[in-house]
Design a protein around this ligand. Structure first.
Ligand code: GLA
Length: 389
C-alpha cells in the first residue's frame, strides 16, 4: 500500500520525501440503528477495510487532493483563501469539509498540504467510507499542523460537524466515533447522549460476522434520513408535554408504553417506538454478549431488523430478500440491515461450519431473485484511525 500511494504521490508532487502515511477504517454497526440522533446507544466496530492516505505540508496556501479510486477527477486544487463547497470537487468535498470545520473551530491552517488517498471500502455500501475519509483528514491535519490538543473524540465530532454543515447530511455521531475510536477485536458500546463508551470484546467462539452487500443504494437516502430525524423530534416534542426528557433514548419501553398516547400521529408513534425499543435491545445485546449468550444476541439482531423494516421503514426489497434468506439457513445466529438503510449491507453472525453454505446459497438465490450479485466480506475488527508511519 505504502509503495503504491507514495509512487503516485511522487509522480504528482515531485517526490514523496517527508510524506507521511495514515489509515482510517470503515465501520459496521452490530446493533443500535437510528438511535444515535435520539440520544440512545449504538454498538459498532471498526473494520480492517478502510482508507489510506499519504500527506505532506506545503509552503504555500494550496491544498491538493487526489483519489486513486476516482482518478477521473484528477488533482483537485483548493486555496486556503476559499474553502467553499464546490460540486465539481465531488469526493474532495469530504476532506475539504474537514479543513473548513477545523477553521470554524479555531484550528486555522497557515499552509496547505498535498494528500493522496486510496481505499477499499466498497462505495455506497453503508460501511461509512465518508466518515472514514473525514476522520482520516482530521488525523492528517492534527499531525501535520501540530494540533496536539485535539483528542480522537474531538476529531470524530469535527468530522460529524463537517458532514452536517458542509456536506449536508444530518447524520449522528456513530460513524465518525466508530472510525476514530475503533479497537481491534472489540465493538464500542457508546451512549450517544454523553459520549461515554466502553469496549466490549467480540468473542463469538465458533462463529463469524459476515457483511453482505446488496449492491443497491436507493436515491432517497439523505432526504428519508432527514425525514426520520424530524419525525423522531416531533414525537419527542409530543412526549415532552408530560415527560421531563431530553431525548427518546431517555425512555425505557415501560415509560414509553405508559405515555405513548401523547403521540397522536401514527407514523411518529412507529418511529418513536423503534427508537425506544432499539435502544433497549442494544443495552440487552451487549449484556448478552458479555455473558456469552450469542443466541440471545442473534435474536435481538433479528428483532432489530423487523423493527427497522416495519416501524422505522428504512429497509428495502433487496435487503429483505438477503435477511429472509439468511434467517432460513441453519447456523445463522442473527441477521439484520446495518447502517442508514435503503440499500447497503446486512450484517449476520454465522456459525463457522455454515459460512460456505451461507455465501453459496444466498449468493445464488439473491442473483436469481434480484438480478445481480451480492458481495460477501468476513469481518475483521480493526483499530481506529491513526498515522501508521
Ligand atoms: C448513518 C448515519 C449514522 C446513524 C446510522 C443509522 O450511518 O451516518 O449517524 O444514524 O445511519 O443508525
Amino acid at each position: 500500500m505504502k509503495t503504491k500511494l507514495f509512487d503516485k504521490f511522487a509522480e504528482l508532487f515531485g517526490s514523496s520525501e517527508g510524506a507521511r502515511l495514515y489509515f482510517s477504517p470503515g465501520r459496521v454497526n452490530l446493533i443500535g440503528e437510528h438511535t444515535d440522533y435520539n440520544g440512545g446507544h449504538v454498538f459498532p466496530c471498526a473494520l480492517t477495510l478502510g482508507t489510506y492516505g499519504a500527506a505532506r505540508r506545503r509552503d504555500d496556501r494550496l491544498i491538493h487532493f487526489y483519489s486513486m479510486n476516482l482518478t477521473s477527477f484528477g488533482v483537485v486544487e483548493v486555496s486556503l483563501d476559499d474553502l467553499s463547497y464546490q460540486k465539481s470537487y465531488n469526493w474532495a468535498n469530504y476532506p475539504l469539509g474537514v479543513v473548513w470545520a477545523f477553521s470554524e473551530k479555531g484550528y486555522t491552517l497557515e499552509n496547505g498540504f498535498d494528500m493522496v488517498i486510496w481505499g477499499n471500502i466498497p462505495n455506497g455500501s453503508g460501511l461509512s467510507s465518508s466518515a472514514s475519509l473525514e476522520v482520516l483528514t482530521g488525523v492528517i491535519l492534527r499531525d501535520l499542523f501540530g494540533f496536539d490538543s485535539l483528542s480522537m473524540t474531538d476529531l470524530a465530532l469535527i468530522g460529524q460537524y463537517s458532514e452536517n454543515n458542509f456536506n449536508g447530511c444530518n447524520c449522528g455521531i456513530m460513524d465518525q466515533f466508530a472510525v476514530a475510536m475503533g479497537k481491534k477485536d472489540n465493538a464500542i458500546f457508546l451512549d450517544t447522549s454523553t459520549l461515554n463508551y466502553e469496549y466490549a470484546p467480540i468473542v463469538l467462539e465458533d462463529a463469524k460476522i459476515i457483511i453482505t452487500n446488496s449492491k443497491v443504494k436507493h436515491s432517497l437516502v439523505d432526504s428519508a434520513y432527514n425525514d426520520r430525524r424530524q419525525e423522531c423530534a416531533d414525537a419527542l416534542a409530543a412526549l415532552q408535554k408530560e415527560l421531563d426528557i431530553k431525548a427518546l433514548g431517555d425512555l425505557t419501553p415501560e415509560v414509553f408504553e405508559a405515555h405513548k398516547g401523547l403521540i397522536t400521529d401514527p407514523i411518529q408513534l412507529k418511529r418513536a417506538k423503534h427508537a425506544v425499543y432499539e435502544n433497549q435491545r442494544t443495552i440487552d445485546a451487549v449484556a448478552a454478549l458479555k455473558s456469552g449468550d450469542i443466541v440471545k444476541f442473534g435474536q435481538l439482531m433479528n428483532q432489530s431488523h423487523i423493527s427497522l423494516r416495519d416501524d422505522y421503514e428504512v429497509s428495502c426489497e433487496e435487503i429483505d430478500v438477503l435477511v429472509d434468506l439468511a434467517w432460513n439457513i441453519p447456523g445463522v445466529v442473527g441477521s439484520r440491515i446495518t447502517g442508514g438503510g435503503f440499500g447497503g449491507c446486512t450484517v449476520s453472525i454465522v456459525k463457522n461450519d455454515a459460512v460456505d453454505l451461507f455465501i453459496e446459497s444466498i449468493g445464488k438465490a439473491y442473483q436469481e431473485k434480484v438480478g445481480h450479485e451480492a458481495e460477501f466480506y468476513t469481518v475483521d475488527v480493526g483499530d481506529g484511525a491513526s498515522r501508521i508511519e
